[in-house]
Design a protein around this ligand. Structure first.
Ligand code: PLP
Length: 480
């Protein structure tokens, strides 16, 4: 184990200015203060640059791959540029890897599990015990033998266990699945070492990059390199782009031949009543109309991350972690997942903890009422809904003030000093009694009225009919 980094309590400098990157105008209904997102591990707010680019793109929006019109051509071009751009973002070569667009990371893994080139003699899949459900459950459906890799007490991957299991299963091993960064502890796994170990027996690797993509640069490497990554997945909504778009970047040879995960238009070349000829490459795996706006947004977000630079992002996260950890540690009854001190060399900006004798859902509900959103109860639940962590996950929009606010709020919770009475429902969730909010005051469900109505309202149709009817009746008095 590496020595823990000395943690300073002093406020270090953060290079990034959140108000330049994001629209920070949203305030809550009760305190009228800025809403704070400390749940970046779940979803990151799109940056202003992404929102502007998407807004501009919308006027050119048309069908991709299916039209000859000017707008269709622009849309198709932007979609394909996004594909190449995202391959380059992770240092992938177009002749070795495909970039397949999906709707989220979960769909990417399901697609891979359905299309993975299993061979008869290799029927074992090794999965780390820290995986998100999406990196675990789709593999269970394949019918192959699933074996879990242990994790150490501090939450890191047990590399000895990995090595032993890889040696034990050897030529029976098909795949090793490990996340680049854990969604629970933020631990950054040594993915290139994992790849080297897996490749030593001819197995392949799938690295879940959902949490890693916005935190560290990814390099899938050349397929000849023993540390290459065969398959990776990540989504727009965790890299400062909106929901609804994600990628599976995987080795090309795995997807040649066979039938796609989803069947339908866009994936096929020729369809007769008895025969189907599929396209080759990524399009074969993208049946149906693709989310071109989402793909474009991911590409713009990836360019912005590169522009900010991953070293600035790492410094920003580290500064917030160094500032937050000693403060949190001093809160009575607060226990960090993975223990303390924390080796910041192996951590992204995620802190999970429990507080003695206070339900995690209650903590989240109180903070949420006070405008601070974080994640609670996000790990495998026990049957009584009793096991759960509270998670703070930092992103580019967070500041030292956010840390101060959450630490102060947690101190108050521990001392029972919070407003409102909280009631627990039958699902274990808490909410503040008597506090209701009219969400439609923030996000309208109405359509803006047209300034120059092009369509007639029922009233105008009726009046017109009455007018015309009268004239008509004058012309044909017999029918009166
Ligand atoms: C590590 C990890 N993998 C996968 C997922 C699933 O991602 P998505 O919501 O894009 O399907 C998440 C979501 O939180 C995650 O944290």
């Amino acid at each position: 184990m590496k020595p823990a980094t000395a943690i300073k309590a002093a406020k270090p400098s953060v290079a990034l200015d959140h108000s330049q990157l994001f629209d920070v105008s949203v305030t809550g209904p009760l305190t009228k203060k800025r809403c704070i997102n400390l749940d970046n591990g779940a979803s990151t707010q799109p940056t202003t640059a992404v929102m502007t680019a998407v807004g501009n793109f919308m006027k050119y929006y048309s069908s991709a791959h299916r039209g000859n019109g000017f707008k269709s051509q622009i849309t198709t071009w932007a979609f394909e540029e996004a594909r190449v751009g995202l391959l380059r973002f992770v240092q992938a070569r177009e002749d070795q890897h495909l970039c397949i667009f999906t709707k989220n990371t979960t769909e990417s893994v399901n697609l891979l599990a359905a299309r993975f080139p299993f061979v008869k003699e290799r029927n074992v899949i090794l999965i780390s015990s820290m995986e998100h459900h999406s990196s675990d459950l789709p593999w269970r459906k394949t019918g192959h033998t699933i074996v879990y890799i242990a994790i150490n007490k501090d939450g890191t991957l047990d590399m000895d266990d990995l090595q032993n299991k890889v040696s034990m299963y050897g030529n029976s091993l098909a795949l090793v699945c490990v996340s680049g960064a854990s969604n629970v502890t933020g631990i950054l796994n040594p993915i290139y070492k994992v790849a080297r170990i897996a490749h030593s027996v001819g197995a392949q690797v799938y690295i879940d990059c959902a949490q890693l993509v916005s935190r560290r640069a990814i390099d899938v490497k050349d397929l000849d390199d023993p540390e290459h990554l065969d398959y990776i997945a990540f989504a727009g909504h965790k890299m400062y782009a909106p929901f609804g778009s994600a990628v599976l970047i995987g080795r090309k040879d795995a997807f040649s031949g066979g039938t796609p995960f989803l069947d339908g238009g866009g994936a096929v070349n020729i369809v007769t009543l008895v025969n189907v000829t599929y396209k080759e490459g990524a399009e074969k795996e993208e049946a149906g109309s693709p989310n071109t706006v989402g793909a474009y947004a991911m590409f713009i977000a990836s360019k912005q991350l590169q522009q900010i630079t991953f070293s600035a992002i790492e410094n920003h996260e580290r500064a917030l972690m160094e500032y937050a950890l000693p403060k949190l540690q001093k809160i009575p009854g607060l226990k960090l997942a993975g223990g303390y001190p924390v080796d910041l060399g192996t951590r992204g900006g995620v802190i999970s903890f429990t507080i003695d004798n206070i339900h995690f859902n209650l903590v989240a509900a109180i903070l949420g009422t006070d405008l601070i959103s974080l994640r609670e109860n996000f790990i495998r639940k026990d049957i009584n809904n009793k096991i759960g962590y509270i998670r703070l996950s930092f992103g580019l929009g967070n500041t030292f003030t956010d840390v101060d606010l959450v630490v102060d709020a947690l101190k108050k919770i521990v001392h029972g000093e919070y407003k409102f009475k909280y009631i627990q429902d039958e699902h274990g969730e808490f909410s503040a009694a008597g506090v209701n909010c009219d969400f439609s005051a923030f996000v309208s469900l109405d359509v803006e009225p047209l300034k120059h109505p092009t369509r007639m309202t029922l009233k105008t149709v009726f009046l017109e009919w009455k007018e015309k009817g009268k004239k008509w009746m004058k012309i044909h008095p017999k029918l009166r």
